[in-house]
Write a protein that binds this ligand. Structure first.
Ligand code: MCA
Ligand code: AMP
Length: 490
């Protein structure tokens, strides 16, 4: 199997990573990550405190060079979520940017600071001391590369074990679908603890020998600046494209910058057709959607050389087998544009297991096919249209997958909450907004919305906090005592 990052071994002097005013060429990255990798070699597993910074990218590459599985950790994780991830993945050490304070759950681990001397942009690299070749023989394609935590409907997040072949096959299939080359300069502002921002958005450009500029945080000014000064591709979640669509009417510079891009890619949730249309009308460019999942990496995409079709996620990527299965478990044989079935996939892009969860791993597959839980139809020419989700207890907000049960459990730990139910409601910006329905312990003094949002953010993660809290005297329940979520609406 080819090395993960051929351009590092080739010591290319082209830019690889840019975060703010810190830039590394592929040769400099080979040096920085190569020397860190020597310190990591032989470790069982490492956590990376995944701030949106150069150190995170270098730390992850170092882990991959050393063949040590990497667990990226959301630096906004709350106490309970963090304690679970640390206990479940049992990392031998944590990599972090120097000077960053780590919470108690990680403080007990050995800490290694990722120190990177990033010379000012444009300086030629020195002679180089890194060795990404012989020192680190490539591990087997089945060896775990990353463990990425993802929410289910209930219970704590599960660690999806992603082998090296899943990373290489998905990135190479995207090279094919998007005609992605070493000349591409990607810009994005996605978090670095999920597949979208880290695997596609950082490892993708590195594998191509191209480069990525990370904005640190999303704003349309940063997108305009980078796409007007050399960046060729933009990756974002629908919330980001929605904010772009909103801004376009009053921002000709943004429209001009997007018009000049080679490829605008949206994923992690559905981009509403209205936003597709507004962007196309203002820029003449069609946003390309691709469909993936933490467990499967990328499954389908509209191809750069294909017909862009708003509301679809395109066709299966090279190497990915995809079928729709009806309620009886039978595969739907024809592409008739109307029969709805669950998307099931098979291919080298799939994860190997959920860490420490053979039960959940077993339940996720049927006859070797992975059940995505996404419901779709196929147009007569094979384009896939996602129409919904099997589980109503999974919420996609801002492109983050969030399990209702996890939030309910944490709300119930608050002394002011007697009963709780969590639902997702349509939201023009976030796609879905988390709503908590709460029966207070003391109706005369219920906990405030802010208090409950802070409680969830402090225990789980900021993006899992309810954006709206609705107070009830009782939750609607059926004869069996089960909460009837469909009876809850604003
Ligand atoms: C407000 N904040 C709080 C609280 N209230 N923090 C803690 N506790 C509170 N009670 C703060 C936040 O921390 C943040 O601080 C600020 O308020 C705004 O945060 P928030 O409201 O969460 O941001 P947003 O505006 O809603 O964020 C929109 C976003 C974000 C930027 C689009 O949702 C995002 O980055 N989404 C990307 C998700 C993603 O990458 N998913 C990929 C999953 P501050 O101001 O300091 O920031 S992988 C996947 O799905 C598959 C594989 C695929 O297909 O890609
Ligand atoms: P995650 O578990 O966070 O990796 O999220 C994966 C889920 O995101 C998928 O199962 C889909 O429901 C959703 N998703 C990803 N990309 C798209 C897309 N382009 N359109 C609709 N849904 C998407």
């Amino acid at each position: 199997m080819s090395p993960l990052f051929p351009a590092l071994a080739a010591r290319s002097r082209r830019p690889a990573l840019r975060f703010g005013d810190r830039t590394l060429t592929h040769a400099e990255l080979a040096d920085a990550a190569g020397s860190l990798a020597r310190r990591l070699a032989g470790r069982r597993r490492i956590a990376v405190w995944a701030t949106p910074t150069l150190g995170t990218a270098v730390g992850v590459v170092a882990g991959l060079l050393a063949g040590v599985p990497v667990v990226p950790v959301n630096p906004r994780s709350g106490e309970k979520e963090l304690a679970h991830i640390v206990a479940d993945s049992a990392p031998s050490l944590v990599l972090a940017e120097p000077g960053v304070a780590l919470p108690p759950a990680l403080a007990a681990l050995e800490r290694v600071d990722v120190t990177v001397d990033a010379p000012p942009t444009g300086d030629a690299p020195g002679p180089g001391t890194g060795d990404t070749g012989g020192l680190f023989p490539d591990p087997s394609p089945e060896a775990p590369a990353l463990i990425v935590y993802t929410s289910g409907t209930t219970g704590p997040p599960k660690g999806a074990v992603l082998p090296r072949r899943a990373v290489t096959s998905t990135l190479d299939a995207l090279e094919d679908a998007w005609q992605w080359t070493a000349d591409d300069v990607l810009v994005h502002a996605l978090p670095l603890f999920h597949v979208h921002g880290l695997i596609l958005g950082i490892l993708g450009p590195l594998r191509r020998g191209g480069s990525v500029t990370h904005l640190g945080r999303f704003d349309t000014a940063g997108v305009t600046r980078e796409l007007s000064s050399g960046a060729t591709m933009l990756f974002g979640v629908p919330t980001m494209y929605h904010r772009i669509a909103e801004a376009l009417a009053d921002d000709p510079a943004l429209a001009g910058a997007l018009s000049g891009a080679r490829l605008l890619v949206s994923g992690s949730a559905a981009l509403p057709v209205h936003d597709h249309r507004r962007i196309a009308a203002a820029t003449g460019r069609r946003v390309v959607e691709r469909y993936g999942m933490t467990e499967t990496l990328m499954n389908t995409s509209v191809r750069a050389d294909g017909e862009p079709r708003a509301g679809t996620v395109g066709v299966p990527l090279r190497g990915v087998e995809l079928r729709l299965v009806d309620e009886s478990g039978a595969a739907i044989g024809t592409y008739d544009g109307e029969s709805v079935g669950e998307i099931q996939v098979r291919g080298p892009n799939l994860f190997t297991e959920y860490l420490n969860r053979p039960d959940a791993t077993g339940a996720a597959f049927t006859d070797g096919w992975f059940r995505t839980g996404d419901m779709a139809i196929r147009d007569p020419d094979g384009y896939v249209r996602i129409v919904g989700r099997k589980a109503t207890d999974l919420i996609k907000s801002g492109g983050y997958k969030i399990g209702a049960g996890e939030i309910e459990n944490v709300l119930l730990e608050h002394p002011g909450v007697r009963e709780a139910a969590v639902t997702g409601e349509p939201d023009p910006d976030l796609g879905e907004r988390i709503v908590a329905w709460v029966v207070p312990t003391r109706p005369e003094t219920p906990p405030t919305e802010q208090e409950l949002a802070d409680h969830v953010a402090g225990q789980l993660a900021a993006h899992k906090r309810p954006r709206t809290v609705r107070y009830l005297d009782a939750l609607p329940r059926n004869d069996m005592g089960k909460i009837m979520k469909r009876a809850l609406h604003g």
